[in-house]
Design a protein around this ligand. Structure first.
Ligand code: TXA
Ligand code: MG
Length: 325
């Protein structure tokens, strides 16, 4: 595995690997992606293999812009408006598969819809442009582990399973993209993320919400939202206002309870954007031997707090065995 500084040469080499059906981990503004050629079933199978996913969850296909997306999905008015406002950026649109779309069927897990987004990170854009095709990419971690926001996280989690990692430094958004289903009558939020509900509703009006931890119909629509998806291996206790000596504390804001074994503050000033950017790295730093449990202070349920709390609830719902309690 090569950990490469992104240059014209290393990006060209990464694009060659993708065209050969190999995998490349690359930075996006949200989290690192484990990329493969989205039009190559074997490459997509290799993604699932490297991740060790328990099932085939549908993946996001990454493109440069709305014009290139239209070759793969049936575009509509809401897609046009939202792409104009949010692309490139942390919003994934789920749209009906276009007639003759060359996106791998495995990438969409057999659904008749395709999740597509245009990332804003310059290294991601350079890679997609050089590859000359859409890049399928889930977060670049082993299944059930927290999403990587730094190249070193990818190396720790995937190691030799990925031939090349482009190191673009820490991800600025720090939580995954918002997934919005535009394939039905009404736009439906399938996963909260980097683009806030408020900002989306300002463009298309009221949207429908799927359950935070989906079951039934919404689980079928976004089967990647497993409860275990964002779980550290230690138990997680939410809404903590005091802390015990065996606990690691994930703090938020200026008023921090004392007495934890180890403590990280998502944002001492209470800034939700800063908290989102720190979330996965700090969870990971607290998930280590000697810590009995991770205690998390309350995070306001507004703006990016929705996405943060969604991730934390999943972490708390998991006991480290992939089973919900
Ligand atoms: O920020 C992100 O979105 C990152 C970066 C790498 O772009 N990617 C990412 O991918 O988080 P992944 O595979 O971890 O999550 C993809 C999400 C899952 O919740 C999946 O269920 C949903 O998108 N999804 C993908 N295709 C779908 C479809 N056709 N219908 C409904 N949901 C879909
Ligand atoms: Mg993921």
């Amino acid at each position: 595995m090569t950990l490469a500084e992104p240059t014209a040469e290393t990006v060209a080499e990464a694009a060659r690997l993708l065209r050969d059906g190999r995998l490349v981990a690359f930075p996006t503004e949200t989290v690192y992606g484990l990329g493969g050629d989205a039009t190559n079933e074997r490459a997509v199978a290799a993604i699932f293999e490297a991740k060790g996913r328990p099932q085939f969850n549908p993946l996001i296909s990454h493109v440069l812009d709305a014009a290139s997306a239209k070759a793969f999905v049936k575009w509509n008015d809401n897609a046009e408006k939202l792409a104009a406002r949010f692309w490139p950026g942390p919003l994934t649109l789920v749209l009906p598969r276009a007639e003759g779309s060359t996106i791998s069927l495995l990438a969409t897990a057999g659904l008749d819809t395709v999740a597509i987004r245009a990332p804003s990170h310059p290294v991601a854009q350079a890679l997609i442009r050089a590859a000359g095709r859409p890049v399928a990419a889930p977060s670049a971690n082993r299944s059930g582990a927290v999403s990587p926001t730094r190249a070193e996280h990818v190396a720790e989690s995937l190691g030799e399973r990925v031939p090349m990692i482009l190191d673009g430094g820490p991800c600025l958004v720090g939580v995954e993209s918002t997934v919005l289903d535009l394939s039905g009558n009404r736009p439906t939020l399938l996963r909260p993320g980097g683009a806030t509900r408020e900002a989306i509703e300002a463009v298309v009006g009221p949207i429908a919400l799927s359950d935070a931890i989906p079951s039934g119909e919404s689980a079928r629509k976004s089967p990647g939202q497993l409860a275990s998806h964002y779980a550290p291996s230690r138990p997680v206790r939410l809404e903590a206002t005091s802390v015990g000596p065996d606990e690691g504390l994930l703090a938020f804001g200026p008023e921090v309870p004392q007495g934890a074994m180890l403590s990280y503050n998502l944002s001492p000033s209470g800034d939700l954007g800063e908290a989102a950017a720190n979330l996965f790295a700090m969870l990971r730093a607290l998930d280590r031997p000697g810590i009995g449990r991770i205690a998390v202070m309350p995070i306001p349920q507004a703006g990016l707090g929705l996405a943060i709390n969604d991730r934390l609830r999943r972490a708390a719902a998991d006991d480290g065995t992939g089973q919900r309690r």
